[in-house]
Design a protein around this ligand. Structure first.
Ligand SMILES: NC(=O)c1ccc[n+]([C@@H]2O[C@H](COP(=O)([O-])OP(=O)(O)OC[C@H]3O[C@@H](n4cnc5c(N)ncnc54)[C@H](OP(=O)(O)O)[C@@H]3O)[C@@H](O)[C@H]2O)c1
Length: 143
């Protein structure tokens, strides 16, 4: 995850300023991309990294030992993995609230080849989840 997402979790989930502070929710190691010196969370395996995503991707794949690697976001960080051909699938949950403006979800033009829709399904009463596969890019397969 990027540092904005990490700091959001500190503010809203872990605390100390969270309304109902909870433990760090992930048992698996977490890599946080930042150019700054940030504090970790006691007892959590959080690794601060910066720069090129490719060497970090290698570390994550080794740690995952055959399991999937989850990129939480934000979108520009996911785009950095896309640029390197290191993005396989996108799972997008769309909520039932519309906004008049905002940030691009994934600030890249992915048109040729386009994303391939694998599935679409209702998630609860307010969300739909879309699963897209990233089709072969020129740089893909360098894993
Ligand atoms: N709904 C969801 O599932 C979901 C998922 C993810 C994010 N979000 C939300 O989206 C919002 C913000 O997302 P965002 O796109 O602004 O932020 P983000 O990706 O969480 O963080 C962006 C920051 O990460 C650092 N960073 C990114 N790539 C880096 C690299 N290669 N090397 C070093 N540092 C790097 C930079 O900050 P510094 O260098 O200054 O630290 C950058 O400004 C947050 O409110 C978050 O909660 C929602």
């Amino acid at each position: 995850m990027g540092s904005a997402t990490y700091e959001w979790m500190l503010r809203h989930v872990v605390g100390p300023e969270a309304r109902e502070p909870q433990p760090w929710p992930y048992a698996q190691p977490t890599w946080v991309f930042t150019s700054r010196e940030l504090s970790g969370v006691a007892g959590a395996d959080i690794r601060f990294v910066r720069g090129d995503v490719e060497p970090v991707h290698k570390e994550m794949v080794a740690a995952a030992r055959g399991k999937n690697v989850w990129l939480v976001g934000g979108g520009e960080l996911v785009g950095q993995f896309y640029d390197r051909g290191l993005l396989d699938d996108l799972f997008v949950q769309i909520g039932s609230v519309t906004l008049g403006s905002g940030k691009p979800l994934l600030p890249r033009a992915i048109v040729n080849p386009p994303l391939r829709l694998v599935s679409a399904g209702a998630a609860g009463t307010g969300f739909v989840e879309l699963h897209y596969e990233v089709q072969c890019q020129a740089t893909k397969g360098r894993r």
